[in-house]
Design a protein. Structure first.
Length: 300
């Protein structure tokens, strides 16, 4: 499905935003580049970068990542990062490498973004409160992860034709291959990565229509979304179960929702940094965390 989440969205809102492909290098005399007008050293490069907005953002992010990894690294496994990475790779199909390049990302830097977001989510989950009222409210909209197939077409008339052929007994997988405009999954029966009610990468109209389906059922009318018209087939729709069965899931969903709340994020980041033993050794950068710390540490 042609949807964008992390690649088009600043995940760490309120602090440094998306990681950049550049990184501040340690101050030194090692040569970075040579020209016919002279060489550029690490110290010159560092001095130039450190006072730029991008340079400061990168340093802020590096500091936060170090502190988060120390405190919550054990809660974020490499397998979890790889699973998310593979999910995006599968979701975007042949377009994945191009999208990374357009965003100035490599495999490593994108995985670093994913890990940063998971670390921040772990910090948010550990530093917010969950009242029974909050949990029960979340349960009202809760849906377990569902697995669906979809066919994306450009117009309603074509969507209705696909539905008519499904009613005539044609296979969904064959029709996906024949009609779907979604190149990421048309040759995979139109399979969409499993999603729940908090997955903002899925169009809200698509989610709403999908949740109404039982296993094996497909939408009898075209679903209008931001991408065009879609026909959805339910592959696996687990039962919702009872409130007590999903306390951990509900806490996880609340924590996920708080990632888009700048006030909560700033409060959590401030607490994490204050407990992180941060010392800014460069006197020119002593105020780089002033928005989060009441006073900056400095070297003597």
């Amino acid at each position: 499905m042609d949807v964008y989440y992390i690649m088009n969205k600043k995940v760490l809102v309120g602090l440094a935003g998306a990681l950049l492909s550049v990184s501040l290098v340690a101050c030194g005399d090692k040569t970075v580049a040579v020209t016919n007008g002279g060489k550029i050293t690490q110290s010159e490069y560092y001095s130039s970068m450190k006072n730029t907005s991008n340079g400061k953002q990168v340093l802020q992010q590096m500091i936060l990542d170090k502190v988060l990894n120390k405190e919550y690294g054990s809660k974020v496994s490499s397998s979890e990062v790889n699973a998310q990475y593979n999910q995006y790779k599968s979701q975007y199909g042949s377009e994945f490498e191009t999208l990374l390049e357009q965003q100035g990302l490599t495999t490593t830097s994108f995985k670093n973004q994913l890990k940063s977001n998971l670390l921040l989510k772990a910090a948010v989950r550990a530093n917010i409160s969950y009242s029974t009222a909050d949990l029960k409210k979340q349960f009202k909209s809760y849906q377990p992860k569902v697995t669906v197939n979809e066919i994306l077409v450009s117009d309603k008339k074509t969507a209705e034709k696909v539905i008519s052929e499904l009613k005539d007994g044609k296979k969904f997988s064959d029709l996906a291959k024949k009609y779907s405009k979604d190149t990421s999954n048309k040759n995979k029966s139109g399979r969409v990565t499993p999603f729940d009610n908090t997955d903002s990468s899925i169009d809200s109209a698509f989610r709403k229509a999908a949740y109404k389906l039982s296993n094996g059922e497909y939408t009898k009318t075209p679903v209008k979304t931001q991408y065009g018209y879609q026909i959805i087939q339910m592959v696996n729709h687990p039962k919702k179960g009872s409130y007590s069965d999903h306390i951990n899931d509900l806490k996880d969903q609340i924590a996920t929702s708080k990632l888009s709340d700048s006030t909560t994020l700033k409060s959590v980041v401030t607490k994490v940094l204050k407990n992180g033993g941060v010392e800014i050794k460069d006197k020119d950068l002593q105020n780089i965390l002033s928005s989060y710390l009441t006073s900056s540490s400095s070297s003597k």
